[in-house]
Ligand binder design. Structure first.
Ligand code: MTE
Ligand code: MO
Length: 390
């Protein structure tokens, strides 16, 4: 059913632009080609398109080697072909449990104090294809994740201009994309407490205008929480006493309170919304081959729903013993942490390396991910294979 094909990042961007209709004139004209200075070679600059409708494309692991994931290589997940808002008519409505409902134009939002957060965006379904028994849905493997620098305004600052009433507990969020007939809309809500604490409404990604596939002109950033909370093309925010209703709250994006054996499904009221990311690490840069006695370096990334990763370990013996990998110095709350490990093979034949991360709250990445009926948050140990010759 799924078409799988590699697209060069440029071709993927063009395909996404076509799928989404006409880019707004002003943005298209302003868009200059990004100078490529991140060191990722042209041969690795491509996305893996997982289905034809809408654009759902993941980043191959060998292109996720940098602390900041370049915009042209950042995975795209859209429920349906988006109607990109035109900047001329776009506005953001704030209503609901507020003293002063109001409508914002982008220029007024940009006049508020700015903030930049560097953090991971991961789709809750990343790794779905790795669960057994198999689970229907977009067959993400490893690359529905990236780490970016998001610039915008704090949700707290914007909502404060409307005066949020004490009874409000959930922020209802709406984007401009509309589903095909009879398909429920992607309407969401999340706890006000979290979004007032950490939420950002971003109009820039990695120092550029937020690209349209990633939610221009404005999207929600929820550091540490899964991508389904990160509403793109946002047009309406409404603080409310109760969570939003609808398919994408009551049925989808729920995780079992007490997961069962693989294959066991639960009713929605035995599940809760997916929120925090699970601790996870992946290898990204692994040589295909190595020689007995000469060391090679392997690299990867690790992240969690906790603000930091405290440790990444690598096993060279199927998980019997572990060695600490070296963590890069660069890190920010809820960003990923790159790691390096030097491996000196001692015998010829295929070698397997395993990675396991521990976060700043002490959660350890498990050997096997917990199977759940929607295939969310796969985080089992990642293996890297190296062919060792004498
Ligand atoms: N309006 C809108 N926002 C959305 C979505 C969508 O389909 N429509 N998809 C969500 C999901 S499930 C994910 S994982 C992220 C993906 O963001 P990206 O495409 O910028 O990587 O956007 C989220 N925000
Ligand atoms: Mo997602």
């Amino acid at each position: 059913m799924n078409r799988r094909q590699f697209l060069s990042a440029t071709a993927a961007a063009a395909a996404i632009a076509r799928a989404g209709g006409i880019a707004s004139g002003a943005q298209a004209a302003a868009k200059k080609p990004t100078p490529v200075s991140d060191g990722i070679p042209p041969s690795r600059r491509r996305l893996l398109q997982l289905n034809g409708y809408a654009a759902n494309a993941e980043t191959p692991l060998d292109a996720l080697t940098t602390y900041i994931t370049p915009n042209d290589l950042f995975f795209v997940r859209s429920h349906w072909i988006p109607a990109y808002p035109s900047l001329k008519t776009w506005s953001l409505v704030v209503d609901g449990e507020v003293e002063r409902p109001r409508e914002w134009k982008l220029a007024d939002i940009k006049a508020l104090p700015r903030t930049t957060v560097t953090c991971v965006l991961q789709c809750s379904g990343n790794g779905r294809a790795l669960h057994r028994p198999a689970i229907p849905g977009v067959q993400w493997r490893y690359g529905a994740v990236g780490n970016a620098r998001w610039t915008g305004v704090r949700v707290k600052d914007l909502l404060a201009r409307s005066g949020v009433r004490a009874g409000a507990k959930h922020l209802h969020t709406f984007g401009s994309d509309k589903p095909p007939e009879k398909v429920p809309p992607f309407h969401r809500s999340l706890e006000l407490e979290k979004v007032l604490e950490d939420g950002v409404l971003a109009f820039e990604m990695n120092g550029e205008t937020l690209p349209q596939p990633h939610g221009a002109p404005l999207r929600l950033i929820v550091p540490g929480w899964t991508g389904n909370h990160w509403m793109k093309w946002i047009t309406h925010l409404s603080p409310q006493p109760e969570p939003q209703k609808g398919f994408y709250m009551d049925t989808a994006y729920r995780y079992p309170d007490k997961p069962g054996e693989p294959g066991v499904a639960f009713k929605p009221d035995e599940m809760h919304p997916v929120t925090e990311l699970f601790v996870k690490s992946c290898f990204t840069d692994v040589p295909a081959s190595a020689k007995v006695g000469s060391s090679v370096s392997v690299r990867g990334f690790a992240f969690s729903g906790a603000p930091d990763v405290s440790r990444v370990e690598v096993s060279e013996d199927q998980g019997q013993t572990w060695k600490d990998a070296v963590l890069d110095n660069q890190h920010d709350p809820w960003a990923w942490r790159l790691f390096t490990h030097r491996f000196t093979p001692s015998a010829p034949g295929p070698a397997t390396l395993l990675a396991r991360a521990t976060d700043s709250r002490g959660a350890v990445q498990p050997k096997e991910a917990v199977w759940n009926q929607s295939g969310y948050l796969h985080n089992g140990w990642h293996a890297a294979e190296i062919a060792v010759t004498a």
